[in-house]
Design a protein around this ligand. Structure first.
Ligand code: CAO
Length: 416
């Protein structure tokens, strides 16, 4: 089956997580992604957090599937020559080096545009061009702090907290992928490439827009009724950390289930959707609350919302999180067990949909990875193992017209 991005050639100058997550997605959808890595070392994640000595770490294998690997020292003249040839015949160059690194290498946007006017150059940086922090190097948690996620995550009596979700890294990569596809579509019409830039701060903020909404509401009215601080606590002039409160109009909280004393994940998330009040009361056996003026509207429930959650926890005492959800789903109540990574890894539905994929690697053997969260009716996304360092160097050089003698000389000089 042909893939929609077949025929799109991508020079993948990315490393760590933000850039590789983007190019991996494009490789899944059929692009020929050539990962360019420094000879001898490669992407730092090949050796970070290794679980098997001498074998590419899961950090690398889970972000670089379906790609080819070319080793190339782009600081040596012969390396620059090879990169120049590659640029002339590629569609996209993706990079997430520290600020200015590509320019210092001699590959400014102006130069790349001259070499190939159809080229799309896509970059991830910590902060956007012209930002007063544009010179900073940035990792995940730095971005979460700069993008508003950390100040609004956690509990009121604790410090700013980062999320386990890669809001700065993989999320920025997904934004970049959308930018690249948009630029490819624009090129179909105009024939011209362009520069696409995404900053990690901006991408985190894009996911935190409801918190900017809340800042403006707070400025106007002085309180936020869906936060646990309302109505019994107090607000300052900044959006507080809301704990596990629901972010929209539906109050919700993480509630204890049977076994919470020993199992750190014996919890469910429970949502009190306004129009589901009657089913909630029926599920809990509290039919008397349905028409009680002290409970029947969201406004009436607000000042005793934690007492209501307490009643629900009472009901949950003798039910596991799975038993509870099996009951609540019959009443159409939005809820979920809090799933551990162990449970997710074994989840038969996630296996069946390909969201958790078992992949083969030449040296590691089988391992689990997260497959495409995007499903298509006309394409099955196949996840292949990640390449070994330099696995495709010779075949890429041959395709650029280098003879086997030239290739041997390039190896000898450690250009590749
Ligand atoms: N051949 C020769 N040189 C190479 C090369 C190659 N194939 N690939 C990279 N290099 C060089 C770069 O040219 C750069 O050289 P100079 O600094 O001398 O110009 C050098 O390697 C280091 O690059 P770097 O600044 O990207 O690497 P770092 O480890 O110091 O920083 C990071 C890492 C992630 C903090 C930085 O790249 C960054 O801020 N990137 C942008 C934001 C980002 O994507 N962060 C997410 C990372 S995922 O958590």
């Amino acid at each position: 089956m042909s893939k929609p991005l077949e025929g799109i050639k991508i020079i993948d100058f990315t490393h760590v997580q933000a850039g590789p997550a983007c190019t991996q997605l494009l490789a899944w959808f059929g692009a020929d992604v050539i990962k360019v890595e420094r000879p001898g070392a490669g992407d730092v994640t090949r050796s970070q957090l290794r679980d098997i000595p001498g074998v590419d770490a899961l950090y690398f294998t889970m972000l670089n599937s379906n790609k080819r690997s070319l080793t190339l020292d782009t600081k040596k003249p012969e390396g620059k020559e090879i990169l120049t040839k590659l640029i002339k015949e590629s569609d996209v160059l993706v990079e997430n080096f520290g600020p200015g690194a590509l320019d210092r290498m001699g590959f400014t946007w102006e130069h790349i545009k001259e070499l190939n006017p159809g080229m799309i150059v896509a970059s991830v940086k910590g902060f956007s061009d012209g930002h007063h922090y544009e010179d900073l190097k940035v990792y995940e948690n730095v971005a979460q702090c700069a993008g508003g996620a950390a100040s609004t995550t956690g509990f009121d009596d604790g410090p700013p907290t980062v999320s386990a979700a890669a809001l700065g890294d993989s999320n920025t990569g997904m934004h970049l992928a959308i930018g690249i596809l948009t630029a490819l579509r624009a090129r179909d019409v105009s024939g011209k490439g362009q520069k696409v830039a995404v900053s990690m701060q901006d991408s985190v903020l894009n996911l935190c827009r409801v918190k900017l909404r809340d800042q403006q509401r707070l400025d106007r009215v002085g309180y936020l009724e869906e936060y646990p601080q309302y109505p019994h606590g107090s607000f300052s002039d900044v959006v507080p950390r809301g704990g596990n409160a629901g972010g929209g109009g539906q109050p919700g909280w993480v509630l204890k289930c049977k076994g919470w004393e020993t199992d750190p994940n014996a919890y469910i998330y429970f949502t009190i959707q306004g129009h589901a009040w009657a089913p909630i009361c029926k599920a809990l056996g509290k039919e008397e609350w349905i028409d009680d003026p002290a409970y029947m509207t969201a406004g009436a429930r607000q000042d005793k919302i934690f007492a209501i959650f307490g009643t629900i926890e009472d009901w949950l005492k003798d039910k596991t999180k799975f038993e509870a959800v099996d009951i609540l789903r019959k009443f159409d109540i939005p809820c979920s067990p809090v799933l551990s990574m162990k449970e997710i890894a074994a989840d038969p539905s996630l296996r069946a949909s390909g969201t958790i994929a078992e992949v083969d690697h030449k040296e590691r053997g089988k391992y689990l990875t997260v497959g495409s969260p995007i499903k298509f009716s006309d394409m099955k996304v196949e996840i292949k193992g990640s390449p070994l360092l330099g696995e495709h160097t010779d075949e890429v050089l041959e395709s650029l017209g280098y003879s086997s003698r030239d290739i041997a000389a390039l190896h000898e000089k450690q250009v590749v």
